[in-house]
Design a protein around this ligand. Structure first.
Ligand code: UDP
Ligand code: MN
Length: 344
């Protein structure tokens, strides 16, 4: 068996949905390597079983591991929680070399050649290209490196409060020392490139190997019609539609049938409740009350997280039309109740 592995991370059922789709995207391109996922205790039991079906290794990592002095010290730094969790990937020493992939990435073409690269190889970040984006990186598992990064985190922290700031400070010569550690942007094409540099996105779209849905707009948070199996893409992200649809196609063909109703759903209001809600949808069938409820919930969630489709469905005109419709269908004011005879 290969001693190389693709590694991802999910701290809840929501990101686990992304991890499942990512895993099937890797299988679709017939990778020769193993799949591993780091999870935290907050991933539901039911979701763990689904992850075990597709990942060769499902490794629980616990930030509260009292055996680990460094971990305990980190507890005083709650903002490093998620950062710390990703760093656990260095502990997968059963593998010789790994490629870490964020759960919001999607592999479009086989890229097993990434394992020919050395630690730490990554692609530039779109916001500050002298930093690498930590959504895709090649590394060598090692307990020694793990403890050095942990120690570094304790002493220096992270300049952006996340794993990207920490890893860029630790591997601080990435920008200048060795060009072979610069991965082409095609291995971590950030979804925001569709509006920050559209001509380049159109020019190179066919060559994208890994697409990364960075930012708040995650594929699983978009409205999806279970009858037509079509995802609703906000108007300003129109160029991303084929990729978002591909994510949902993989979801429908591989993941949906595996979800079970014992997963937490919106009613229980547990983290990642989407998985339970999605399990109740019947694909290809007329819209059910569950579908309506699901859509309402997602729409509201999008609004509340600032994902508002200003120029499309959530445009002022549509909102105004809805308000007018509601007002015009409002029941007429009840007529004044006649006074009781004899009352004042
Ligand atoms: N992640 C997670 N739970 C969270 C947030 C993040 O498991 O609540 C993991 C997941 O693998 C995710 C990665 O950490 O892909 C980085 O976060 P995210 O992708 O949301 O950051 P972005 O790429 O948008 O900066
Ligand atoms: Mn990401």
């Amino acid at each position: 068996m290969s001693t190389y592995a693709w590694v991802t991370l999910a701290t809840n059922d929501l990101y686990s949905l992304g991890a499942l789709v990512l895993a099937y995207s890797l299988k679709r391109v017939s990778t020769a390597h193993q799949l591993a996922i780091l999870i935290t205790p907050t991933v539901s039991e039911s979701m763990r079983n689904k992850l075990k079906d597709v990942f060769n290794v499902v490794q629980e990592v616990n930030v509260l591991d009292s055996q680990d002095a460094a971990n305990l010290a980190l507890l005083a730094r709650p903002e490093l929680g998620i950062t710390f969790t990703k760093i656990h990937c260095w502990r997968l020493i059963q593998f010789e070399k790994c490629v870490f992939l964020d759960a919001d990435t999607l592999v479009l073409q086989n890229c097993d050649e990434l394992f020919e690269r050395e630690e730490l190889s990554a692609a530039p970040d779109v916001g500050w290209p002298d930093c690498f984006n930590s959504g895709v990186f090649v590394y060598r598992p090692s307990l020694d490196t793990f403890s050095k990064i942990t120690q570094f985190a304790l002493e220096k922290g992270s300049f952006d409060g996340g794993d990207q700031g920490l890893l860029n400070s630790y591997f601080s010569d990435w920008a200048t020392s060795d060009i072979s550690r610069h991965l082409p942007f095609l291995y971590n094409t950030c979804s925001t490139a569709t509006y920050s540099y559209l001509p380049a996105f159109k020019q190179f779209a066919d060559r994208i190997k890994i697409l990364h849905f960075i930012g708040r707009m995650k594929p699983w948070l978009l409205n999806f019609n279970s009858q037509t199996r079509i995802v609703y893409t906000p108007q300003e992200s129109g160029y991303l539609h084929p990729y978002l649809q591909f994510w949902w196609d993989l979801f429908c063909d591989n993941v949906h049938e595996k979800l079970t109703e014992d997963m937490p759903d919106f009613i229980n209001q547990e983290e990642g409740g989407l998985a339970g809600a999605l399990s109740k949808l019947r694909l290809g069938e007329p819209r059910s009350p569950e579908q309506e409820a699901y859509e309402q919930h997602i729409r509201r969630q999008c609004w509340e997280s600032g994902n508002i489709d200003y120029t499309g469905r959530d445009s002022f005109d549509n909102i105004w039309a809805r308000i007018s419709e509601t007002l015009s269908s409002a029941p007429p004011k009840p007529a004044e109740t006649p006074k009781e005879p004899g009352s004042m």
